[in-house]
Design a protein around this ligand. Structure first.
Ligand code: ZN
Length: 412
């Protein structure tokens, strides 16, 4: 029996404190997506994966069964720099922010959850001073080796006080794809408000919850994502700490993300109300919309299960590309039939030789595709499918290439 650590996410909204949480999708119990096995027979700890939404601020959330220390401290084998799509996104963001805010060598940019430093190094190349905060020590040391100053810390109010006393107020605070990973969003936002002065801009990028609903991206639900942000919930948490949501950009990353801009002094522009309205129109506060989402998710899971069974009957050699978290949620929801995958290839050396958590499919190097010549390749990280499809075509030109989201389809 797994123990609940906090009521947040099960009976109390993590953002606004409301107790009006509604069950949306229960994906059963699954292992942590970052705990790769050492053998095909490993028995892993499993935890409930059950998403609820808050009827007041729309925040999607999972119950807290696992401490972030277990999820993020060690062996977090995801490196942002491994994806050329991400590196280009970071480069463009750095150039845009330098121009918009007039950043120079005197300006400090702080990134929370700075990963291997790929984004901050883009700022460094423009001559701007940077500081990264990254809790995973193995990932932080990669950043430091690349000369990106990085503190190995979990961020919150206490850490913020320490940083402020040494470095002063930053001009820009970046929090990309991290808010979802924070159980105590209020302590995190309090830390941001401590670091920020009236000139500080904070940008927070996170996949859009409206897109998750509309595109049925149930496979982006996994334990590392405690929360699924809405503009409504970001505004509530920001306001509780003297900050205001002043602008929202819509981005194409992760299938559709929002970049929320916070400030204590800037005027709120039209994009904020437009986004709040879009969220209501998209059905984020409508239980019937979420019921339909759950039905579509189950159909999608069934679609992949049937596809596996068909391939098996035909005697096809089916392999996967990309040992991504979203793939693990999907494969574990499909269950036993996922073992039809002979192996999954991934460019990350840290994952090669290991086994996907739950489905226990072996992870091999991408070059295996050239010698193995599979009949079918399923791309698991659909958000970078075009980039991956090109690599697959080079390695195994005759294979059929598939994506399972939002429905099973052959893309080459
Ligand atoms: Zn709420």
């Amino acid at each position: 029996m797994t123990k609940l650590i906090s009521l947040r996410g099960t009976s109390e909204c993590r953002a606004c404190g409301s107790q009006e949480l509604e069950s949306v999708l229960d994906l059963g119990v699954q292992p942590l997506p970052s705990e790769y096995g050492h053998s095909a027979n490993d028995v892993l700890d499993v935890f409930p994966l059950h998403m609820r939404i808050c009827k007041c601020c729309g925040l999607g959330q999972l119950g807290e069964y696992v401490l972030p220390e277990r999820i993020f401290h060690h062996a977090y084998p995801y490196l942002s720099s491994a994806s050329s799509t991400w590196v280009e996104h970071a480069r463009k963001y750095a150039v845009d922010m330098k121009n918009l805010l007039g950043l120079d060598s005197q300006s400090l940019v702080i990134e929370l959850a700075s990963n291997d430093g790929y984004l901050l190094s883009a700022f460094q190349k423009l001559g701007i001073t940077v500081l990264g905060i990254e809790p995973a020590d193995n990932v932080a040391s990669i950043a430091r080796a690349a000369d990106v100053p990085t503190l190995t810390e979990f961020f919150g109010a206490l850490t913020a006080e320490k940083i402020l006393s040494i470095h002063g107020h930053p001009r820009l605070i970046v929090a990309n794809n991290v808010f979802a990973h924070i159980p105590d969003m209020h302590d995190f936002m309090k830390g941001i408000s401590i670091l920020a002065d009236s000139k500080t801009i904070i940008t927070i990028e996170n996949p859009s919850f409206a897109v998750l609903l509309q595109e049925t991206l149930f496979d982006t639900i996994y334990h590392e994502h405690y929360s699924y942000l809405t503009a409504h919930s970001v505004r509530v948490v920001a306001q509780a700490h003297g900050l205001e949501l002043v602008h929202v950009d819509q981005l194409s990353t992760h299938g559709g993300s929002n970049r929320y801009w916070l400030s204590s002094s800037k005027t709120i522009d039209d994009t904020v109300n437009a986004t709040l309205e879009t969220e209501k129109r998209a059905g984020l506060f409508d239980c019937h919309e979420w019921e339909a989402f759950a039905t579509r998710s189950r159909r999608s899971i069934e679609g992949l299960r049937e596809w596996f069974l068909e391939r098996k009957q035909n005697g096809d050699t089916v392999v996967g590309y990309g040992a991504a978290h979203k793939g693990n949620t999907f494969l574990n929801a499909v269950g036993e039939a996922s073992k039809t995958l002979a192996y999954v290839v991934d460019a990350s050396k840290e994952k090669q030789g290991r086994f996907l958590p739950g489905s226990q499919v072996p992870v091999l190097a991408p070059e295996q595709l050239a010698s193995g010549q599979p009949s079918d390749v399923l791309i698991l990280p659909w958000n970078i499918a075009p980039e991956i499809a090109e690599r697959i075509k080079q390695l195994t030109p005759n294979a059929r290439i598939w994506v399972a989201q939002p429905m099973m389809r052959q893309i080459f």
